[in-house]
Design a protein around this ligand. Structure first.
Ligand SMILES: [Zn+2]
Length: 134
């Protein structure tokens, strides 16, 4: 399975069930939906499913969305492209032994990767070992 996430620079219209964290229901017991429109910019979150939209709204000029969230009703790409992100994706931050560095270990569709030098050369490392034992 994969989820479509709009790329930075794309123009999108996102419809969500909730304005924030609260759920509202309308007269017919349907959820009231909210629409945000604008240009996709880099998300502040290190999550492949997250994308930020510069809406220019006075209350929330930038909205962050998680493409995988059940709060999202639809994502319409008006201009630009999307990227496909595998849904079986997990990420961990692992500290180096001296505690001075943090590496990002990712598992995409069962395949591990790490941002350390050891993984770059050997395609395996102790950070992956530490995560897969958890
Ligand atoms: Zn590593």
């Amino acid at each position: 399975m994969a989820v479509s996430v709009p790329k930075v620079g794309a123009k999108v219209r996102v419809t969500t069930m909730y304005p924030n964290t609260y759920a509202y229901r309308g007269k017919n017991d349907n959820y009231v939906t909210y629409t945000r429109e604008g240009e996709v910019i880099q998300s502040i979150f290190r999550d492949p499913f997250m994308f930020a939209v510069k809406t220019g709204a006075p209350d929330h000029p930038v909205s962050e969305f998680n493409a995988k969230s059940h709060h999202i009703v639809k994502i319409e790409v008006l201009m630009g492209e999307s990227r496909s992100v595998a849904t079986d994706t997990k990420a961990w931050k692992v500290k180096s032994e001296d505690g001075k560095r943090v590496y990002l270990v990712q598992r995409v569709n069962g395949k591990f990767s790490c941002t350390c030098k050891g993984f770059e050369f050997r395609k395996d490392c102790k950070h992956i070992g530490a995560v897969s034992k958890r």
